[in-house]
Design a protein. Sequence first.
Lengths: 293, 313
Amino acid sequence: MAVAPTDLTLTVAPAQRGRVATYVRRHPTIAIGGGLLALMVAMAIFAPYLGTVDPQALAPAKRLKWPSAEYWFGTDMFGRDVYSRTIYGARVSLAVGISVSLLAIGLGMAIGLVSGFNRWVDAIVMRVMDGLMSIPAILIAIALMALNRASLRNVILAITIAEVPRVTRLVRSVVLTLREQPYVEAAIASGTVSIKILWRHIVPNTMAPVLVQGTFIAASAMITEAILSFIGAGTPPTIPSWGNIMAEGRGLFQLAYYIVLFPGIMLSVTVLAINLLGDGLRDALDPRLARRL
Amino acid sequence: MLAYVVRRILATIPVMVVVAIFVFALLHLSPGDPAAIIAGDSATDTDIARVHAQLGLDRPFYIQFASWAWGLLHGDLGISIFTNLPVMKLIGQRVEPTIALTVSTLIVSVLVAIPLGILAAAKAGTWVDRVVMVFAVLGFSVPVFVLAYILIYVFSIATHLLPVQGYVGPSDGLRPFLSHLVMPSIALGFVYVALIARITRASMLDVLAQDYIRTAQAKGLPNEKVLIGHALRNAAVPIVTIIGIGVALLIGGVVVTETVFAIPGLGRLTVDAILRRDYPIIQGVILIFSAVYVLINLLVDLSYAVLDPRIRY
């Protein structure tokens, strides 16, 4: 008595896709957020061609110059060009945001799927996740960084570990709801292998909420990276990340606030772009939740 | 009710056990010898051996954990590597500014955010609503230290209205105490206000669509009475939940805020400990913050039964 589950998904999918397209048209936040983000990504990729100089080049004779035609964003206490450092900083921030988002989603999906499908694993994994979630994410990242050498890779790993519990919880809750769906029960009853059920019926349905969550993780990872670098537990000072530039300008704020200002604006705008994109995606993909928020 | 309270309190025990195991295991999660990393790059073999002995790293893992956990249960968080003082004592010395900052931020944020959310929901779709929502999106996007520096520039450097940084205890006069707290609290509370306002609006909109609200309006109750008496009461559970969950934002933000404003609290203690790789302090602070977070969310859970009499456990 196999209800053809594929038929069900087929009838739903085109309608949903059409709705998504209308939603995107109706929600300019996706366009604004996506556009701003694309601009930032382009800036990061083409950093060497945007009138920048070597972001690490020291010029002690030209230190602490205010923004001018020659130095658009001024120079820092070592005479380094703040404009070049800020443009190159986009690479670090975006790399952290994107990597953490992908890694956390990959790991969280894997753990959440298994956990949602196996009661034994679930009991143990969820206790661990509950514990981890009761430690503020930034403190987990700080603790991990304090014991590891400062490097971009370690920053990405530390923030990923801090973000995984939230993805796991989300994926697990979606899996638990889906498991009760008639088409999944039908698939189980007709003897479909678990892996196949997961892959064909569960995973595609977790995509929408996970995608939305992924954008918010990217935004929060970028802020966390900046905070870590700012308090001296992030990327090594040799890498011009926005947090590092701001940390270096910290002591000079009253004298040369522009060193903190420009990377601060860039970070805020990038995070804003990602948040707008995430809000728009959520509105488009999950109208029920969208009405509430 | 009593059974629910007891059950809920007991449920926090496994959570705190996991937290404790994680915080303890952190030391062993790093590749290589933690003692070598703590001792620093220029450490000699004797330095490393000293840290080894101090942290008890030369003993078997389970014995290390057992003795650490035993100390923990007796309020002993270990000895700071750098200062050789008990971590508990160091935390005790630094706790006042952090409590002053977070409690004032929490109270002011809630008092600002909930009316904002109610206003946005009551005027849904108008420019008032849109302003509040734009403010909320900004709140999520401007990192706490960026906002902190903007505030310092506007209120201290440009206009000299408020002190640039520092902390003055309440015993040294209420005015200086408050004037030193204004900017840190705004910077720290911004994202928290955004979060609470957004959920308040969403939750109110849900409730305002209910039939009994229309009934209340139809029988001629004044608008405020409907909003506060009928709607807010029923919208309270998600709002209180987010107030509890959002405390994580405050705890994370405190570390940064105290650094920017040079406030000698637990956040500053943590940052100093990171720079000196003083691991027992970092462990202690994380444990304390997590315990407070768990406790607050326990109170939130318990408040459900009071807020919504329909909830029976």
